[in-house]
Design a protein around this ligand. Sequence first.
Ligand code: GAP
Length: 445
Amino acid sequence: MSDSVTMEKLVSLCKRRGFIFQSSEIYGGLASAWDYGPLGSALKNRLQSFWLREMTQLHENIVGLDTAIMMHPRVWEASGHVENFTDPLVDCKNCKRRFRADQIPDENLKDKKCPECGGELTEPRNFNLMFKTHIGPLEDDGSIVFLRPETAQGIYVNFRNILQSTRQKIPFGIAQVGKAFRNEITTKNFIFRTCEFEQMEMQYFVHPSQDKKWFDYWKNERIQYYYKLGVRKNKLRFSQHGPDELAHYAKEAFDIQYEFPFGWQELEGIHNRTDYDLKRHTEFSNKDMSYLDEITKERYVPYIIETSAGLNRSLLMVLSDAYDEETVEGETRVVMRLHPRLAPVTAGVFPLVKKDGLAEKARVIAETLKEEFNIFYDQGGAIGRRYRRQDEIGTPFCVTIDYDTKDDDTVTLRYRDSMQQVRVNVGNLAQRIADEIKAYKRTGE
Ligand code: GAP
């Protein structure tokens, strides 16, 4: 398959077909804030469900959790975010542009020269990425709260609650999906880096002597997950963090990167956070965060292996990876090769023509299929155009009801990827679609 995707084409398709809109567009937009339209929100929900299914349904020792965005301010002192969650910032005195000091060429930093206009740069200063706000009517120091910059801390502070309420034994995991906020200095590339985003994080609690084993296990599990999503293997790779790149809590870290239209970039981080977080919360809260192994009678503070993926970034990956163009009968066909489990619409149902009872018959079939799948019913326009509109939003199957349907109760099932068509008995249609979804393999890799 061709690699025809560009950010321009993707952004345009997302807007045209209702995947993603600029936030507050009628007011000129808010920088790097985006709204998810009917198809985008459906796709995002499916991606989130796919991740949760993978983590909690397929691992019986991983439980789900949904914690508050605003937490006690001491959480962020304990986690190290108040002290360490900073980016070095420089400003150009001339053009007033703002840069992350670690993202501009070394010589510019050394010569204090703006990479855009050549003007003088300020000294780097550390800028904390957490958004601050106040609870209650008084905006004083006692009312400060932060919008969480990661969902992980909500999991750590509930470690004891989960142990007591679920009776999990180590090793076990806690997974959650939720919003996180960072006052990013540079936001760009559509939904890739934004100030408000969603994370899908899983924290796996292990015996300290087993950290390497579980780190390697999760590294492998996570890359397999992306293969299951139908993402092309040659677009995914690992990248290890060097000693000076490691976050303040990490002993070892790998990113899973994807080759976006703007280059290889981080999609997910896999971190060995050691006992840093639980020990810090013990220290700051005076609550014991250790674990007692009832068999060996050993008491210890578990190590944590974390897998942390961005939901919006995963969505951008899925969209970029799915986008394809090919020439069919002299025309360009835009097709989103989304995995059928993710596609916002599973099947389009079309009567060949509106008359002669075909529309009524198609309606009945659509109603039946709706019980199990997301269906789009469309009876207007040439059938070829109706197929193309579904191809462009990634609908994997189309069902066409024609004159033969009236005689033999069969319909045409048309496949998005190959455009092949087969006849299927109406009674077998739902099962056939379910089987096809299960067996789906992306072609043309
Ligand atoms: N709890 C660990 C943690 O938060 P991270 O590497 O800072 O680690 C994890 O973030 C993931 O969250 C990233 O791999 C990325 O997918 C997503 N992410 C982080 N900052 C983001 C931003 N500003 N916009 C969108 N996604 C972001």
